[in-house]
Design a protein around this ligand. Structure first.
Ligand SMILES: Cc1cc2nc3c(=O)[nH]c(=O)nc-3n(C[C@H](O)[C@H](O)[C@H](O)COP(=O)(O)O)c2cc1C
Length: 193
């Protein structure tokens, strides 16, 4: 396994917590950067994990600015958000991250979990009208569910995600090597005929 980089953006610490759990799972072959300190060129890394928080249903502004600089490498996205990880809102955000990436990237996998929303934001949204996307009982329930995350389960899931990405890479390399060997054998047979 080559060198991995983790670049994350975090204001209140939720995404940072997940980034650190992932870095622990990757081990010593990992460089961990805040997006503010991340290298301009990460194409030398074997895998680059890009973590951000959701704002307006998309990666946060700092990560949106960084994504186009990432090119020619394998990428995983991870995100934290107030919404449920399986919601359309969360899943669409991965697509929004993907189309901001620079050229020649391969998206290896995605991970998302809830992250508590900071108090000032909740206070501002408390009196939102029921027809506002941040108003009504459904929003309050969403905030309640997010309020304890990321928790130990999310950190364990983040570590399991790293193990899954390693397995995926290993299967892929095995498959590509087998395919290359088959093609070489076919070419040899063709040359003999
Ligand atoms: C200004 C602002 C906008 C947000 N917009 C969204 C959003 O569109 N969708 C969502 O699910 N969560 C949204 N959230 C919640 C954050 O994405 C969530 O709390 C995240 O875990 C914060 O990550 P951090 O602690 O790493 O900064 C928003 C939070 C703030 C403060």
């Amino acid at each position: 396994m080559g060198k991995w980089a983790i670049v994350y953006s975090s204001v209140t610490g939720n995404t940072k917590k997940i980034a650190e759990a992932m870095a622990e799972a990757v081990g010593e072959d990992c460089d961990l950067f805040r997006v503010q300190d991340a290298p301009e060129d990460v194409s030398g890394y074997d895998v680059v994990l890009l973590g951000y928080w959701l704002r307006l249903g998309a990666p946060d502004p700092l990560m949106l600015t960084y994504l186009p600089k990432v090119h020619g490498t394998r990428v995983c996205f991870f995100q934290t958000h107030g919404t449920a990880p399986t919601s359309e809102h969360a899943i669409t955000s991965f697509a929004r991250a993907g189309y901001r990436l620079g050229e020649g990237c391969e998206i290896l996998g995605t991970f998302g979990c809830r992250g508590k929303i900071r108090e000032e934001m909740l206070a501002r949204r408390k009196n939102a009208a029921p027809d506002d996307p941040h108003g009504g009982e459904k929003s309050k329930e969403r905030w309640r569910l997010a309020s304890t995350h990321p928790d130990a389960g999310d950190e364990a899931d983040a570590k399991a995600f790293i193990a899954a990405m390693r397995r995926k890479l290993a299967y892929k390399e095995k498959y590509l090597a087998a395919r290359a060997a088959k093609q070489a054998a076919l070419r040899q047979a063709h040359d003999r005929d």
